[in-house]
Design a protein around this ligand. Structure first.
Ligand code: 5GP
Length: 369
């Protein structure tokens, strides 16, 4: 019989972090943002656990370089060639930007050529230990995904491997036999249509709690992927015990994201000489990796057996990514001072989470400039 679970599953917008006294922190500058990650399969990395999504628009060289330079983690999308990635690595090294936290993404399709790509990167370019691999599948609940993961671990025993996506705790143990980080989140992404098209998905807060609990019990780590609307959501994910957070949409309107600026002209309510005044607004295109656009661009069309589970969006242009990155580090540091956490690692220990009906005051939202 079909079962209905009556427990309410919560999302970021359903909760807040309750401020409280903790250790005395006089300034946000006193907060330690870097964390040492000791991974299940033996490797260690250090950084602020924020990733850009491995999508064509934001998993690009421009965004990745900025995150790495800021001491965060970064992914590159799977459509770059070996030589393009090799050149990127050389450029980073020339600029003294560490690539220790750079993850190279591979997909499930045609795994032989994906492995060959990684081996070529190793032999022809400067991709030596430490190495990190992201195995990307919108749905890891298939045997092929598990087989690919086992094979990649066998080929690259000393790499940090991040695998996903999943949306339940039960599968974490299986994946952690080979992976170090489990990417959690199905249907939460801003460019995602999975919940509309398939009815499947799990709200992020409950998913993080469940997955972190199981993964941590065996020395694994998790990455909360998708659904970051505000910087506060990153803070919430850390407070809920997520080790990493991955975001796409918040980087999509920046100069560093892939694609040109698109300008659109709108009629305003202001009347000048009897006519509505016009204004120009700037955007950048952000598309889901399962969208029709992405399928046409990278997979030669949609294929007559599937539906598009992603969409194309025009995201308001926001300028240089530095402002977003400073908001991230500033927001996390400030959150730590509200809860008395000396470091990002301590956020989950210090946080009390409350369930709320009204998270934000939006009364003047439409007047924001
Ligand atoms: P965002 O930060 O924009 O809310 O979410 C980014 C995440 O959305 C990605 O890391 C990825 O997990 C997910 N995503 C990207 N493209 C698609 C898509 O086309 N369909 C679905 N279902 N998820 C997507």
């Amino acid at each position: 019989m079909t079962q209905i679970l009556h427990e309410t599953y919560l999302d970021y917008s359903d909760i807040l972090i309750k401020p409280k006294m903790g250790i005395n922190l006089n300034s946000r500058k006193d907060v330690t943002l870097q964390r040492v990650f000791k991974f299940k399969h033996g490797q260690t990395r250090t950084g602020l656990g924020v990733f850009n999504a491995n999508m064509a628009t934001v998993g690009n060289f421009g965004v990745a370089k900025k995150l790495l330079a800021k001491g965060m983690f970064a992914t590159l999308h799977k459509h770059y060639s070996v030589d393009e990635i090799g050149q990127f690595i050389a450029d980073c090294k020339k600029e003294n930007i560490s690539i220790d936290n750079l993850f190279i993404t591979i997909g499930l399709r045609n795994i032989d050529s994906e492995i060959e790509k990684l081996k070529n990167l190793e032999s022809k370019h400067d991709w030596k230990s430490p190495r990190n691999i992201c195995i990307d599948a919108p749905n890891f609940y298939i045997q092929k995904a598990l087989d690919v993961l086992a094979r990649v671990r066998c080929e690259f025993p000393d790499a940090v491997i991040m695998a996903g996506n999943i949306a339940s705790g039960d599968i974490c143990l299986k994946l952690l036999d080979y992976a170090d980080i489990i990417k959690c989140g199905i249907g939460s992404g801003s460019a995602c249509l999975t919940r509309k098209q398939t009815g499947c998905g799990v709200p992020m807060v409950s998913l993080i709690l469940e997955s972190a609990d199981i993964a941590h019990s065996v020395g694994g780590h998790i990455c909360a992927d998708g659904g970051i609307v505000d910087i506060g959501d990153i803070c919430k994910a850390f407070c809920l015990n997520s080790d990493f957070v991955m975001a796409g949409g918040i980087f999509a309107g920046t100069d560093e994201a892939e694609g040109e600026i698109v300008e659109k002209t709108y009629e305003t309510s202001e009347i000048i000489d009897g006519k509505h005044a016009m204004e120009i607004k700037s955007f950048k295109v952000y598309y889901g990796m399962s969208s029709e656009y992405a399928n046409n661009k990278f997979a030669g069309g949609m294929g007559n057996y599937k539906t598009s589970e992603g969409r194309e969006l025009l995201i308001p242009y926001t300028g240089a990514i530095d402002k977003v990155l400073q908001d991230i580090t500033g927001g996390i540091a400030s959150c730590c001072t509200y809860i008395g956490a000396a470091s990002v690692k301590h956020m989950a220990k210090c946080a009390t989470i409350i369930q709320v009906h009204n998270q934000l005051n939006k009364v003047f939202e439409k007047y924001s400039v």
